[in-house]
Design a binder for this molecule. Structure first.
Ligand SMILES: [Fe+2]
Ligand SMILES: [Fe+2]
Length: 333
């Protein structure tokens, strides 16, 4: 993967260092932007730093993953993201069992109707935009939550492994969910390289990925990462059914719809595993993490709702939801 194009002083400093520039140029104490979740510069800088922990960049030595100066910047940006998420969500305390509380949290969530729009109204160009946004996470689907495996007690660990085995195709690389997403990208005429569309997506799209990476990479947030996964799985099955219908409405093949088709059934099972065995298993073994499970779940919903609002507002206003006009997609239209 190539390094992205900078979007402001912070991402420019990080990218410049990764290109061989002087690490003394990295800010010690970067200012907090007004809108952390939507800030293009901050979210791109953080996304770039996190990618060093996944597949890295072609021109950057693997050893930069643990470069102290970069970790210092990462921690400063994570503190801003974490504070913004904690300010964004409020979780009511109550005594019900964890799975029931998660269900109530999900049921009370009244997010923007993006999946209905994509099912019934979105044109091909809007669908291309949506898939481009989703490619940022879906091409590494499951990876951020995998970081949690060695950090969990037995019952929760077993449940997470069971979910992740499905996500990674159960031993068949062609069934890995990220690979199924590639099939969809290719049929739509889009490129399928990991990170291929990072330059065209806004900060809020990167914030979805960054939230998961932060929860996954910090052991102290292991409650939040399992809560995040539970919310993700519990809100996946029905929207995926709508996405598959929307794609078929546009004449997309069964093979390319498979990514969404498999999630209709897989995530109906995953949500049970995630709410009961994963989240309850962790809360039982480490009760002090219980509230962070709900924080992670609520953060997942909040960031995704904010993303959906951005996309629908853009379309309502007759604009592209991507940063650059749709020129990048013309080839695919
Ligand atoms: Fe999946
Ligand atoms: Fe799943």
């Amino acid at each position: 993967m190539q390094l992205p194009r900078p979007r402001g002083p912070l991402s420019a400093a990080v990218i410049d260092v990764l290109n061989g520039g002087d690490s003394a140029a990295l800010p010690n104490d970067p200012p907090t932007p007004d809108d952390v979740l939507g800030d293009d510069d901050l979210q791109l800088a953080l996304w770039t730093l996190y990618e060093l922990h996944y597949r890295g960049f072609d021109q950057v030595a693997d050893s930069w993953e643990w470069e102290p100066r970069l970790i210092t910047v990462r921690r400063a940006l994570e503190a801003m993201l974490l504070a913004a998420l904690r300010a964004e969500v409020t979780v009511q305390q109550d005594d019900r069992r964890v799975a029931d509380r998660l269900r109530r949290l999900i049921d009370a969530d009244d997010g923007p109707p993006l999946s209905r729009y994509l099912q019934t109204r979105a044109d091909r160009n809007q669908w291309l935009q949506f898939v481009v946004h989703r490619s940022v996470y879906q091409l590494k689907e499951a990876d951020p939550h995998t970081w949690a495996i060695p950090r969990l007690p037995t019952r929760a660990k077993s449940a997470l492994v069971e979910i992740q085995v499905d996500e990674y195709g159960g031993g068949d690389p062609t069934q890995m969910h990220s690979e199924l997403f590639r099939v969809l990208l290719r049929e739509l005429g889009l490129q399928d390289d990991h990170g291929g569309y990072v330059d065209v997506v806004p900060g809020i799209t990167l914030a979805i990925s960054n939230t998961m990476s932060m929860f996954g990479l910090r052991r102290e947030l292991r409650g939040a990462v399992v809560g995040h996964l539970a919310a993700y799985e519990m809100t996946s099955s029905e929207p995926c059914r709508r996405y598959a219908k929307g794609l078929r409405r546009l004449g997309i093949s069964d093979e390319a719809c498979a990514f969404y088709d498999v999630h209709v059934t897989a995530d109906a099972l995953h949500e049970q595993l995630a709410a009961h065995d994963l989240c309850e298993g962790l809360a039982e073994a480490e009760p002090e993490l219980t509230e962070d499970i709900f924080f992670g779940a609520a953060a997942c919903l909040a960031v995704d709702n904010r993303f959906a609002r951005h996309v629908l507002d853009s379309w309502d206003a007759g604009r592209s939801s991507l940063r650059t006009p749709d020129a990048v997609l013309e080839v695919a239209s």
